[in-house]
Design a binder for this molecule. Sequence first.
Ligand code: GDD
Ligand code: MN
Length: 382
Amino acid sequence: MNAQTQVELPVGAVAWLPPQLSIIVPTFNERDNVALLYEKLAETFGSTPFEMIVVDDNSPDGTAAAVKALQRNHPNIRCLQRIGRRGLASACIEGISASAAPFFAVMDADHQHDEKILPAMLERAMAGDDIVVATRYAAGGSAGEGFSATRAAGSQLATRLSTLLTGANLSDPMSGFFLMRREVFDEVAPSLSDDGFKILLDILVSAMRYRKANGQALRIGEVPYEFRQRHAGDSKMSPLIVVQFLGLLLSKMTAGLLPTSFLLFALVGGTGLVVHLVTLTLANALFHPPFWISQTVAALVSMTSNFFLNNELTYADKKLRGLRLIVGLISFYAVCSFGLIANVSVANLVYGFDHQLYLAAIIGVIMSVVFNYAVTRVFTWR
Ligand code: GDD
Ligand code: MN
């Protein structure tokens, strides 16, 4: 460059200051919430440099476009737009990984989380807390207006379960609102589970384990706040997400040995058995067909229901649609048929040893679940 090159700064541009805090905001259909959220954050932080990183799963309502429109006027906003992907936990992980500030926070876009407590959370982290959880239950805080009665009860139950799991007595381990120093995240990032809704719980469990193994303590702080009503749009919480969450808890109880997707796959397999028996009984009662016909029909019906349940629940993040759904269904039938061969041959082998009927049957079933899981992950839900 020679000295004649002049760079003109846009009017109002100020010297860039590295952000102290990155605020990660996962979004799905939050178009009408993002601009106001940024305004509230900017007001809260004043001259403290922060950045807002929105991770949007290509929302049909155009959230990403709305964020990018803001980004043109504010250097401290970024949008990570993920195409063809879904999932709250993985969105948070990617947003956190894309930031470099010494501290980061995760919060919802819908204004349910009170941004005004962020400076207090940051202060605690700067004073040495590894993870600061914004909590809806501690004295002074409240689950108040933003929570339905069933949702509150479910949340309490989940809180107890996770206390069991983490061994830490936290008032709100299911919070979607927390702040932490980035090294703590870097320690555990490789062991986090990509699926699910409860990223904080996963981070807590993993960080506890990591620190324990290294003989260090984990300092967790809590800052109470009042959970508000959602501003615009709808919640993405659903019964499916609750079942997925139970799968995550179980998976963590096996120290991740059994992946959540395997547990969900096995659960769906269990429902398939019920569907099979019901279909068999109905077919027999209604049409009195030869056994092999009713057995074949029952197998087809249960494989089909298993396929759709897995597509919704186990693989919600890579859900097949359109033509890929049909191809997937056919490959699922094919894999399950091979799975049946695996089942019968292994069961037969075990039965040959000491003629334990039920033991042989159970091992055969486990064999086919493992086989179907492993192979459909390669051929059906890639
Ligand atoms: N990128 C992305 N992908 N974002 C998502 C997805 C997704 O698949 N699903 C939800 N989000 C975003 C929403 O747009 C919102 O900003 C935030 O994640 C939380 O989603 P809500 O649908 O508003 O969840 P909620 O209010 O029912 O649940 C909240 O409370 C739970 C505690 O009961 C969340 O804070 C949870 O994280 C929290 O555990
Ligand atoms: Mn919400």
